[in-house]
Design a protein around this ligand. Sequence first.
Ligand code: SF4
Ligand code: SF4
Length: 466
Amino acid sequence: MTPADALRVTARGAMARSAPRSAAVHLFETGLGSHVFVADGSRLFDADPILFSRLDTAQTDWTVGALLAEAGLDEAPAIDDAALSGPPLHALSLAVAQQCNLGCTYCYAQQGEFGGAAQNMSRKTALQAVDLLVDAALPGSRLNLAFLGGEPLANRPVVQAATRYAAERAAERGVDITFSITTNGTLLQPADGAFFEDYGFAVTISVDGPREVHDRLRPYKGGRGSYDRIMEHVRPLLATQRSMQVSARVTVTPANLGLRMTLEQLIAEGFHSVGFAPLLSAPSGQGEMQRDDLELMLGAMIDCGREYERRIRTGARYLFSNMVNAMTEIGKGTHRPYPCGAGAGYLGVSADGELAACHRFVGDPTGALGSLATGIDQGRQAAWLKERHVHRQAPCTLCWARYLCGGGCHHEVIRRGRPACDFIRGWLHYCLGAYLRVSAGAEPGSASDPSAVTSSLSDLAPRIRV
Ligand code: SF4
Ligand code: SF4
């Protein structure tokens, strides 16, 4: 059996075991015993064999509900059908440069220009956006200002002006503000590192794997590879990151499915963390993941996850962010009616000041939500939040993973539907088991306590009730 075949076998097993049989619960077994994940409230329990077997043979969700009630596990629904109403704005991303020097084959922003003319955001527009974010913030709240593009460093003066202004305005109002930037890394200069360090930026570098693969997927517009230039510019930041955190984000296409090699190579380079996201929707359709690719990707994700489990057990770090995030979310019992804050507490701003549901909806009428000149369009926002609620998504209402998943990225779902549900459920199924294994091996204060390994896991606490 080839390594790829082995990954496929793993993935198929996870997909088969996580297929939705009940909307109310997901039943699974690990070496530790039998477990039930209750969708409502994202609650995780060990189950005795009798309860497990009765749940396993229950024919309807009504019977499952009755069994949960009998076991004392029923609660009032944590999430009802009501849409979020007037959510406070807490994060904005500014498309400060709707232009890019790279010509990535799959770019959702169509080489940075979002299907329009190349343009930069003016200083005035950026400061106006900061005012929108800060003016309505309640004292004590925590805000985030993100810079995206295109390539945001193509408009460095506006990034710097908006950051300084936002930090001053936030301090005046007594609110915390954090900053983030997603960049292709080609234009980074040492002074950028110093600036990002001063303001504690979360810096995300888009990098798609080892040089040969990356260069094929993320070339300069003229076709030349960008990997060497990026790493040459990023390494000084990696060496000096203290309050800033420099992470890598890998967009996974059928051409770069060697996740483990990419992960280890980028960790060895010194990235603070490395995360993977499958390409599900591209304007050209080029590079979109198909079922077969998603199967291999799931196998590769689980392979990376198992390595995470091994390392954690020995007290080592393994900065695979998909896994770290999943452990944190499962530990918190995250349950949500949306996949993200898009169109709610988070909005995107185009270079000319139009408001969009998020950075990917910039220039797209589907997610238009007003403008800096006229403010957030309350009517459109209410309609968006009503329409996008996970209870309104036909397959999701039957899926046990709905409150962890939230129904999938709005942009990808609207563009392409839901081709990745088996992948999502298979990954969550693996992560639930991994969470239990990691928790069981963790003695507080011991070297294998996951919270001792990375602060992102500081709120990881066993939620198992027997
Ligand atoms: S999008 Fe998420 S919640 Fe909806 S069916 Fe797919 S996996 Fe389930
Ligand atoms: S809609 Fe998709 S791209 Fe936009 S913030 Fe949500 S998950 Fe991210």
